[in-house]
Design a binder for this molecule. Structure first.
Ligand code: CP
Length: 307
């Protein structure tokens, strides 16, 4: 990778996305064989700096780094000196002073990883910044699609749910469009951000229109922590009118994949039947997550190692 940091897919060239997916696929094959003992990051350190909760992203970055021989330290804002008023930049400088190599950051404010990246020597990886981007999630989603279909180009991906508050939707839109997929989106009007069509999404007027002929149907979690409420009447009505169910899947291609970045609100964004069904790839996405994060850490640190 040319840049010091991975901050988003909006600015990442298609060739670099492709390179990450190609290496991610090799890592996934290794993981399936039970090979978890690379030495690529031996002598390197990775700090995960999380100002928001996480299960998948934080754990998979930690495992990815450890499977490649790195030392890993996890910091959560609730137990760090952030609680004593330390700024993000000062926190980053403190980690730099300890000769740390990579910071994986999740932050509720869009742009926080970009500010950190400008002010620290370490490589910075955006693990989700507010409503802006979640690049490693989109990369793992694309890896899962590429493994299943052999390519991204020409795929039709339908994304349903809380698009306004979703950094996953935006990163997927940027990445999928760069690799030649078609992206259809549907949500209550209150959960569609302005200008989404200009970013390349096809905004649909019904969930059936969005899913028609789709290869992949992706549900998104309702981000209740980022909204004051009032965007839809109730979770029950959301599930009935905006969620994905078995009836809706009849509009998609036969055997279309069901995906979700997690965590899933069972029975709201997707029915339990779809989550646990044969075409669900939700658990496989989790394995792709470790693999693609191994690829990210490898390509970011190679040839630009900070001493
Ligand atoms: N998809 C995702 O970011 O999950 P976590 O919040 O558990 O990391």
């Amino acid at each position: 990778m040319k840049e010091k940091d991975l901050l988003g897919l909006l600015e990442l060239p298609a060739e670099e996305i492709d390179e990450l997916l190609t290496l991610g696929m090799k890592m996934k094959e290794r993981l399936r064989r039970g090979d978890k003992s690379l030495t690529t990051l031996a002598g390197k350190s990775v700090v995960t700096l999380f100002y928001e909760n996480s299960t998948r992203t934080r754990t998979s970055f930690e495992l990815a780094a450890k499977f490649m021989g790195a030392q890993v330290v996890n910091i959560s804002a609730s137990s760090s000196s952030v609680q004593k008023g330390e700024t993000l930049v000062d926190t980053g400088k403190t980690l730099d002073a300890m000769k740390n190599d990579v910071i994986v950051i999740r932050h509720p404010m869009g742009g926080a990883p970009h500010l950190l990246a400008k002010t620290v020597k370490a490589h910075v990886v955006n693990a989700g910044d507010g409503m802006n981007e979640h690049p490693s999630q989109a990369l793992l989603d694309m890896l899962t699609m590429r493994e299943n279909f052999g390519k991204i180009e020409g795929l039709k991906v339908a994304i349903l749910g809380d698009i306004r508050h979703s950094r996953v939707a935006k990163s997927n839109l940027f990445g999928l469009k760069k690799l030649g997929a078609e992206v259809s989106m549907y949500a209550p009007k209150t959960l569609i951000p302005e200008g989404l069509d200009k970013m390349g999404a096809k905004i649909c007027s019904s969930r059936e229109e969005a899913v028609e002929g789709a290869d992949v149907v992706m549900g998104l979690r309702i981000q209740l922590e980022r909204q004051k409420g009032g965007n839809f009447p109730s979770l029950g009505e959301y599930a009935k009118y905006y969620g994905a169910n078995e009836e809706l899947m009849k509009y998609a291609k036969k055997g279309a994949l069901v995906m979700h970045p997690g965590p899933v609100n069972r029975g709201v964004e997707l029915t339990c039947g779809l989550i646990d069904g044969e075409t669900s790839r939700i658990e496989d996405q989790v394995l792709s997550g470790v693999a693609v994060r191994m690829a990210i850490l490898t390509l970011l640190t190679e040839e630009k190692r900070v001493c």
